[in-house]
Design a binder for this molecule. Structure first.
Ligand SMILES: [Zn+2]
Length: 150
């Protein structure tokens, strides 16, 4: 005969397997093993990742998609090439990228980086960049239209 009671996972006292809360310590679902919950979460996580990947691939096909964030990242890559010490480059978080038209973006921003003498200086720049197609995470998918650096 199967037991209708089990150990509470928190206080180890006897509880009903179907109890919603432990009568001894108040633990929620005392009859479920912690591993069961973890497995359930993992399944959800995997489904979530598959959805995220699918969405990313699908949306990359859309030429009208707003790629402002990636445009800003690519502009920052390009600006780094002008710096004496690219490794010290410190860009502001979430720079305001303007969408000029379907494929063109503009980033007015600045970067703090060390100059040739090891002193940190601020460089302001304007970068106009065009999305040509392909993987937006790849700089080769972009074309720099204009770069003004102070
Ligand atoms: Zn308990």
């Amino acid at each position: 005969m199967a037991s209708k009671t089990t150990e509470c996972k928190a206080c180890k006292k006897e509880v009903s397997k179907t109890a919603k809360t432990c009568p001894h310590c108040g633990e929620k679902r005392p009859g479920t093993k912690p591993g069961d919950t973890a497995k359930g979460c993992l399944v959800f996580l995997v489904i979530g990742i598959i959805f995220a990947i699918g969405l990313t691939f699908c949306s990359d096909e859309d030429p009208d998609k707003d790629r402002s964030i990636m445009a800003g990242i690519q502009c920052q890559h390009v600006v780094k090439e002008y710096l004496k010490s690219p490794a010290t480059a410190d860009f502001p978080f979430g720079p305001p990228v303007q969408r000029l038209n379907k494929s063109d973006y503009r980033l007015d921003s600045y970067v703090d980086a060390q100059n040739g003498f090891g002193a940190t200086t601020r460089t302001t720049f304007r970068c106009d960049i065009q999305y040509k197609g392909g993987d937006p995470a790849n700089l080769a998918s972009w074309s720099v239209l204009a770069m003004e650096i102070d």
